[in-house]
Structure formats: C-alpha cells, structure tokens
Design a protein around this ligand. Structure first.
Ligand SMILES: NC(=O)c1ccc[n+]([C@@H]2O[C@H](COP(=O)([O-])OP(=O)(O)OC[C@H]3O[C@@H](n4cnc5c(N)ncnc54)[C@H](O)[C@@H]3O)[C@@H](O)[C@H]2O)c1
Ligand SMILES: [Zn+2]
Ligand SMILES: [Zn+2]
Length: 392
C-alpha cells in the first residue's frame, strides 16, 4: 500500500510499504477514506519530537471503512463494512485511567512506556503515527491502518454525514472542545485564545457553544484571523498590537477570565523572551518555545484559568511560576481524551450546532502529501486545514 513516511526534518515521502495485518484479537484494519495533517504533525515535521525513525508512517487523524476485525472484536460492536472515525489516542478501555475517562492516559497502549517514563515519570497512552516514545504505531496517512483495541477505539458514524463533517471528531474538534471545557466557562466570561490554526478555530467555536460571552482570538495570519472573526471572535493581530494592553483594555482592566494556549511548543514572537527561546532551543537548553504559555499566564486575570491544548514535548524554560502562584491561577491541559467526547460532539453535528467542515481549505490526493505538508507548514495559498484522500 501507499503511506506517508517521515524521512527527517522537513522531509516526508509517499512510499510503498507492506499492508498492515491483524496482530492482536482486538485489532481492526481500516481502509482510509480521509486523513488530515495536524499542527501536531508539524512538530514531527520540524524535528521537535524525539524518537522518530526514518520510515515511520505519519498521521493520527483518519477515518474509513472497516475491512477486517480480530477475533476479540464482538460483531455487534464492529464489523467489516462499518464506516468509522478513529480517536488519535489509543486506549484499552479497561485500565484505571480509561475507567476514569482519562483515555489519553491509558496504561496499556504504549509498548514503549519505558521511554516516556524516563522523560515524564509515567507514560501517556499510545498515539497513532507519533514517534516511538508514544508506541511507534503506524499512522493513518496511508491507504490502510491497523487500529488496536478497535472495539473501544472505533466509532461508527451515520451514512448521511460526509467525511468532511465527521473526520475532525478524531482530534481537533474534541481538542478545541476540551480546551474550552477546561475553562469552566460561566455566563459573561471573556476567553482569550492564542493561535487561530485548526485547533484554535475549534476552540473558539467551542467557547461560544459552552456559553462564553466574548472570545478574543490572537494570531498574525490574516486569513486565520478572518476565519476566527466569522465565528464571532474579536481579533488581535499580534503583528500590529500589543497583546497585554489590548486584552486589558477589552476586559475593563482585569484580564480575560481564561486564556487558552492553542499554539504549543513552536510559538513565534517578537519579544525578548521569544528571542531567548530561539537561542535556548538551538543550544538544547530547552526543548520548546513556550512564549505563548508565558504570555497567557501573565495576561490571565487573577483567579482565572490557563488551558493548554497546545502540545509540549519536553522541558520549557522561564515559566512565570510567580505569576501563576500569586494570581491563584488554575492550569488545565492534556492530550485530548477523545473517546470521552465523540458521542456528544457527534450529536452536536447531527443537531446542526456546528459543521466542522468550515475549517477545510485544501483537499488533495494522498500522493501529494509532501506538497501538502509544505503548504500547511508555510501557510501558503491561505492553507488552514488539509484533508488527504487516498482514493483521489
Ligand atoms: N492537546 C491535544 O490533544 C492536541 C491535539 C491536536 C493538536 N494539538 C496542538 O495544538 C496546537 C495547534 O494545532 P494547530 O493544528 O492549530 O496548528 P497550527 O500550526 O496550524 O496553528 C498554530 C497557530 O499559532 C499561531 N501562532 C504562532 N505563534 C503565535 C503567537 N505567539 N501568538 C499567537 N498565535 C501564534 C500560528 O500563526 C498558527 O496559526 C499544536 O501545538 C498542536 O500540536 C494538541
Ligand atoms: Zn492532530
Ligand atoms: Zn486503558
């Protein structure tokens, strides 16, 4: 089959690789009909995530048709022919963490847990196509993919909803929703969202769905700010305005009730601390650029919440602990517990509360993945979200 493989920093290619096969009783094989490129894939593409190997198959946002199931998958749960979306987090459904709905913390799905334990103390769940530290699983930017624990890790979707409407249930729609839910939004709240990439866009929509009065969206890419404005957000172009002052002015001098970092480890900035991050990452003094996280902590009102859907991978430097502690901030974060959200967010799509396809700007054949990664990474051709089609 054809699959998109990682070949080194800013190099991906489309290669012929062996078809996946059933390895365990609870596996299923999916024929992929739609698969997307995520901001998290850019961290791999840009070489920020350790333990990638040449030839690793990328992709964690994918859906398709079940073609084969293992003996441990009950027929009433899943069978060949079913059309399904697959959460990017791999979870067993039975462990201490899965039972508590902390699906991205599953204790049974990362065969390389020891690697993650060295860095983090305990290992998060396995993830599709996301380095050997999170399991070394082949990803879904491919014609076929093996899905472990498919009896709990595949969700059937109704035939009348197109791929474009449901494919983002695999990651970015639940991610935006969890980021907003983590802010415990109260009537009248103002929420500031850094980053108007696909995750930021779903975060903005979700803040409104959960009752925020105002959402303030921050980025420097005009078409992304325009999309945020179409969802009802007030926008701040960080290239033109001083963010702290503008947020203060918009909130009667007290700061936003919650600040959301939907940028993560590759933040850009023009300030001194952003310049420090460029130097510190180049010299391995830190593994990421937490400029937005610092700004979110500083801009948040006292007693407010900082929610972090943006991905961090290792060690960040110069985090303003003094501000966090003395302002009584609540910090919420995590890889998304996707399984927890799929049923209720699917219901929102069916009710017409949201049409997730609004974020798609490019639909390309899988064979054009190298071009698609470049478009998305460089934000060329007003690219916001790419869907790759193996059958195109
Ligand atoms: N928690 C999870 O489970 C989860 C799931 C999916 C994605 N993510 C993460 O969410 C983040 C966003 O993903 P995406 O797909 O939207 O990526 P993206 O790269 O398309 O978007 C990031 C946006 O941030 C903007 N940005 C950069 N520096 C900024 C700054 N200083 N201030 C404001 N905006 C700035 C960029 O212009 C860009 O529009 C990534 O870190 C990704 O890994 C997390
Ligand atoms: Zn993703
Ligand atoms: Zn589990």
């Amino acid at each position: 089959m054809k699959a998109v493989t990682w070949c080194g920093t800013q190099k991906v290619s489309v290669d012929n690789v062996p078809d996946p096969t059933i390895l365990n009783d609870r596996d299923a094989i999916i024929k992929v009909t739609s698969t997307c490129i995520c901001g998290s894939d850019l961290h791999l593409y840009d070489g920020f995530i350790p333990t990638m190997q040449k030839g690793d198959i990328l992709g964690h946002e994918f859906m398709g048709e079940v073609v084969e199931v293992g003996e441990g998958v009950p027929g009433d749960k899943l069978k060949p022919g079913d059309r399904v979306i697959i959460p990017f987090t791999i979870a067993c459904g039975n462990c201490f963490f899965c039972k508590r709905q902390l699906w991205s913390c599953c204790d049974n799905s990362n065969p390389n847990a020891w690697l993650a334990e060295k860095l983090m103390g305990y290992s998060p769940s396995g993830l599709f196509g996301y380095s050997h530290m999170t399991g070394g699983y082949a990803g879904g930017q491919a014609e076929y993919v093996r899905v472990p624990f498919a009896d709990v890790g595949a969700f059937k979707v109704p035939a009348d909803l197109s791929d474009d409407k449901v494919v983002f249930l695999t990651d970015i729609y639940p991610t935006g929703y969890m980021a907003a839910e983590n802010c415990n939004i109260q009537p009248g709240d103002t929420i500031a969202v850094w980053g108007c990439g696909p995750v930021g866009q779903f975060t903005i929509k979700s803040c409104f769905l959960l009752g925020a009065e105002r959402v303030i969206a921050i980025d420097a890419v005009p078409e992304r700010l325009e999309m945020a404005a179409r969802s009802g957000a007030i926008t701040i172009n960080m290239a033109d305005e001083y963010i702290y002052d503008r947020l203060r002015e918009l909130t009667g001098g007290i700061g936003p009730d919650a600040c959301i970092d939907a940028v993560g480890m590759e933040a850009h900035g023009m300030t001194l601390d952003a310049a420090y991050d460029r130097f510190a990452t180049a010299t391995f003094m830190e593994t990421e650029r937490p400029h937005v996280l610092r700004q979110a902590i500083n801009c948040c009102r006292k007693g407010g919440t900082v929610s972090i859907p943006g991905v961090y991978g290792g060690i960040a430097d110069k985090i303003p602990m003094g501000a966090m502690m003395n302002k009584s901030l609540t910090i919420r974060t995590g890889q998304t517990h996707v399984h927890r959200y799929v049923p209720k967010l699917l219901e929102r799509i069916q009710k017409g509360d949201i049409d997730p396809s609004f974020v798609i700007t490019h639909k390309l054949p899988l064979s054009q993945a190298p071009h698609a990664y470049k478009l998305f990474q460089k934000k060329q051709d007003k690219c916001i979200k790419v869907v790759l089609k193996p059958g195109m």
